[in-house]
Design a protein. Sequence first.
Length: 374
Amino acid sequence: MKIIEVELIRFQYRSKMVRDAEGHSHPGPEHDATATITRIATDEGVEGYAMGGSPAMLDTVRQVLIGEDPLYRERIWQRLRQFQRMLGPSLDDRHLSAIDLALWDLAGKVAGLPVFKLLGGYRDKVPAYASTMCGDDIPGGLDSPESYADFAQACVEQGYKAFKLHTWMAPLGPDPKRDVAACAAVRERVGPEIDLMLDCHHDYSRTEALYIGRALEELGYHWFEEPMNESSMSSYIWLSEQLDIPVVGPETARGLFYTRAEWIVNKASDISRYDVALGGLTPLMKCIHLAEAHGVALEVHGGGHGNLHALGAMGIPGEYYERGLLHPLYDFEAAQPWLASRVDDIDEDGNVTIPQAPGLSWDFDWEFIDRNRI
Ligand code: MG
């Protein structure tokens, strides 16, 4: 089997999500938005798909992929990774991810298996946590500690057994005391049985992060995520040494799984972190096995098809699927009109079922996509 084409399918849809100056998402007025699907076609008619990809990557990607056997994922991934050194933003980790995921989708279809079983299945469902958007100043939104408590209660009533706050970022933060107040309000509202996590500001000083971490220990929080700039690994070593609550990371630090290896051996966090956006499912599975070999848990960042299949194939925690980002004024369930069905519906117990359809189990609404194609 040979790859004969790599194509981008671009289409418009109506979005009710806007991004602030730092790139954080919030509910906003409805507007046109563009989405991209990467499609890899073979001479035997089997095709693989992934969300994402960009025109800037196409020349290099076609040079590596056309004529190649699509089942040589590792060879393709290594060659593209080596190109990244010189190509910079035109072939970043997200582009690499789109190619790698499309190849996994294709391989699953060739085998007639969902990707998590191709990897070696471990479980058929995974508990989800409700992951909020960042704090805001929108009335009825996430504008006060009390509004986080209200939203946490609504999520628990929906079935979630775990809830993660993203609190106020610039320019509404930083404010360690307000973050702690929000965490306290949520704990008081949902009681002791619900797992709670905090992901805050990302730029606190060491002493501010320590203050918050100690407060979370008092409140019985489950983990503490990215309170400081991840470029400073020594700050995380300093913090993790002093706290009992598990520190999770790194999430956004560059350097793929090589960086996670450094964090693990330097004891910079207690639970590692990775997701398919960092180069694809191929490096995510390497990072999961790296963590397993060190007796370290790994919490998968973000949601979607690729992450869910990885969670179905993990023999170590990965305790939770991150479902979101959620907000009281945003209809998350309706946010992907190009899909005929979401991949991550939750049941009444707060679990997401690992999809069983071959490949990455995409259920595209092709009529919608073709009608809105650019
Ligand atoms: Mg995070």
